[in-house]
Design a protein around this ligand. Structure first.
Ligand code: HEC
Length: 160
């Protein structure tokens, strides 16, 4: 008696299970399609730093706003805000290095002849001492990784 009831319940459930399984497979296939699409549309060019290949990933300004906490101890970023330990960074993307009025730059920075674009910023943020030897920005090499640097640059581009 009990066994035949269980059996018929199982028979009624079987099609439901099959549908759920099919839906599951469909979702999985969809997710896998998305992954390959993301890979195709996200090229990762590389910049050489002292012989190493460092991925220059696509930046995300929202993530960069959060990562900028690491910079905010020393830098303001809004227009007209005062310099702190470091110069105000409003409009830094595309600007020549060591040109913020009233900031006392180091000689190596004044003589660096750098223009801050994606590539120079990416390298400087990851390895300030390596890019401008003797400069006075105290940020350890590797404290910000390639993705963090790209995100911060995307954020800085919203401040111009
Ligand atoms: C401990 C303080 C400190 C921290 C943290 C710091 N900086 Fe700096 N930054 C400086 C100082 C000081 C200078 C000026 C360097 C010089 O004159 O040699 C500078 C210079 C710069 C410059 C060059 C600006 C110009 O006008 O040429 C950029 C770009 C920069 N910092 C970006 C960043 C970013 C992005 C971060 C966060 C990832 C960061 N800094 C974190 C202190 C800091």
């Amino acid at each position: 008696m009990m066994d035949s009831k269980k059996g018929s319940a199982m028979r009624r459930l079987a099609p439901v299970v099959a549908v759920v399984a099919a839906a599951g497979a469909g979702t999985l296939a969809f997710a896998m399609n998305n992954v390959s699409a993301a890979e195709v549309h996200r090229p990762t060019p590389a910049v050489a730093i002292e012989g190493l290949q460092v991925a220059q990933a696509a930046g995300n300004a929202t993530a960069g706003a959060t990562a900028f906490i690491r910079c905010r101890v020393c830098h303001t970023v809004e227009r007209g805000e005062p310099n702190r330990v470091g110069p105000n960074l409003f409009g830094v993307v595309g600007r020549k290095a060591a040109t913020v009025a009233g900031f006392n730059y180091s000689d190596p920075m004044k003589n660096s002849n750098i223009t801050w674009d994606d590539a120079t910023l990416n390298r400087y943020i990851q390895d300030a001492a390596g890019v401008v030897p003797g400069n006075k920005m105290q940020l350890a090499k590797g404290a910000i990784n390639a993705q963090g640097a790209a995100d911060i640059i995307a954020f800085l581009k919203t401040k111009m």
